[in-house]
Design a protein around this ligand. Structure first.
Ligand code: GLU
Length: 455
């Protein structure tokens, strides 16, 4: 046993017994004096630290050396936070009055822990582990679940999206009230878009992740998962992404799966809806310390009422993806051969052009040749916000003449996924062009671009 661990355990044994959900006061002796923290004990997963949620809503981890702990109040009561053990959970009869959510786990930080031998974060939690760490989920719903993948989301491929869509569809057909997918945050937007095109769902399908793993102070995994479960029991029967909405633990946003983008490498409120309002907010009552899952503490505020309601459609699965599609970013000085590589090998290419949707004049003849051979080329903008409009400047007009399709106000990655999906459905280029320009899953506002006149 290492010295640090032995000391931690000795410290714990000298402290009064405390557990998850208890309110404790921790006096920590530091070189600068004694610091006092007070808050609710959180699940610490594999950490040796004591993790508490302060009244500000922020989680902190305190090394257990040189601490004195006083238990202010025990969790207990009607809402004890002691996690159910797997067997108890399995034996427990499903409560009929509660909805049933199926959690499909794919990996990512929300399903990860630090491997203390290597220091690396690896995806290795099962649904059971998630429930052990976040027992509130079972207050909201009967939870079922299984592991579909245990991968970091940078390892996702279109084949993974197709299988996942089938798994979600099976769950919906089985009659669950909502599906929650735990997923790495890096490519969650792509998967959300892919599922949005492949599934017409009659129940909520919610993707959720976390930026910081459960064993780290300030982890966002519990709050995100609780908010996601709330959405999975709501009437928002679309594919959505539910993640922290601000830097505090006060609300999550519900983003439409085709409009959402990870916009920050590490902040907890990294996800934004682009060119659209989030569909809703989930208010999270953490002011009193531990999260509470009932009543007014956890509630949904609709921001855009234009969403598909539970039971509005019959579930439908259109699971196909053409892998030979690429997303190519134009940059000043990009040689035409950069694009040519893809145009020669792929069936469809989405370009992330500059501004209203431009590339240099050198690229245009290459695009024209490829379009004549049947390659579908879609233009989006690296500005992300706003619409592509190739009718304003010469290079844009030349691109339209070369046969480029304007991607409207679609996100570049959503346009890529849509192109894969459309080319997976048909080889008829005219049909594919029509699909690209039709709003299928809220990804596109069907307006024509406004021609800027300069006056
Ligand atoms: N890169 C990993 C992934 O996307 C971890 C990031 C995360 O989940 O936040 O799966």
């Amino acid at each position: 046993m290492s010295g640090v661990i032995r000391q931690a355990e000795e410290n714990r044994s000298r402290s009064p017994q405390f557990g998850e959900g208890d309110r404790i006061r921790v006096k920590k002796r530091t070189r600068k004096g004694v610091v006092v923290y007070e808050g609710i004990v959180m699940p610490a997963a594999f950490s040796k630290n004591i993790v508490i949620k302060l009244d500000s809503g922020y989680n902190i981890g305190i090394r257990p050396e040189n601490v004195e702990i006083e238990v202010i109040s025990k969790a207990g009561g009607e809402k004890g936070r002691t996690p159910l053990h797997a067997e108890t959970r399995k034996e427990k009869a499903m409560e009929r009055e509660k909805p049933t959510i199926s959690i499909l786990s794919t990996g990512g930080t929300i399903a990860s822990k630090v491997d203390y031998r290597t220091g690396a974060v690896t995806a290795q939690f099962t649904t059971e582990d998630i429930l052990e760490a976040i027992p509130e989920l079972e207050e909201l719903a009967n939870i079922e679940g299984r592991v579909i993948y245990s991968i970091l989301s940078e390892n996702m491929r279109p084949e993974h999206w197709v299988r996942l869509a089938k798994e979600v569809y099976d769950e919906i057909k089985r009659g669950v009230d909502g599906v929650m997918i735990t997923h790495g945050t890096d490519t969650m937007g792509y998967t959300a878009a892919a599922l949005s095109f492949m599934l017409r769902s009659s129940v909520p399908v919610v993707l959720v992740g976390s930026q910081r793993s459960a064993d780290r102070p300030s982890s966002d995994s519990a709050m995100n998962a609780i908010c996601a479960a709330k959405v999975a029991t709501s009437d928002i029967a679309e594919v959505t992404v539910v993640m922290h909405g601000s830097t505090s633990d006060d609300f999550c946003y519900v983003h439409r799966g085709t409009r959402v983008r990870k916009m920050h490498t590490s902040a907890r409120d990294a996800f934004r809806s682009i060119n659209a309002s989030p569909l809703a907010k989930v208010h999270y009552g953490s002011k009193s310390g531990a999260p509470r899952v009932s009543g007014e503490d956890l509630r949904i505020e609709i921001l855009d009422a234009n969403y598909r309601r539970r039971g509005e459609v019959e579930p439908e699965l259109r699971a196909h993806m053409e892998k030979r599609c690429a997303l190519v970013k134009f940059y000043p000085g990009a040689e035409p051969e950069v694009l040519e590589f893809f145009l020669e090998r792929y069936k469809g290419v989405v370009i992330e052009g500059t501004g209203l949707g431009h590339v240099s004049s050198e690229w245009i003849p290459k695009i024209k040749e490829a379009v004549e051979r049947g390659v579908v080329v879609v233009m989006t903008s690296q500005c992300l916000y706003g619409r592509v409009c190739d009718r304003v400047y010469d290079t844009g007009r030349d691109l339209l003449r070369a046969g480029v399709i304007e991607g409207g106000d679609m996100l570049p990655e959503t346009a890529l996924v849509k192109l894969m999906w459309a080319l997976g459905a048909t080889n008829d280029v005219e049909e594919v062009k029509k699909i690209i320009q039709t709003n299928i899953a809220g990804e596109l506002s069907e307006r024509t671009c406004i021609i800027l006149t300069g006056d």
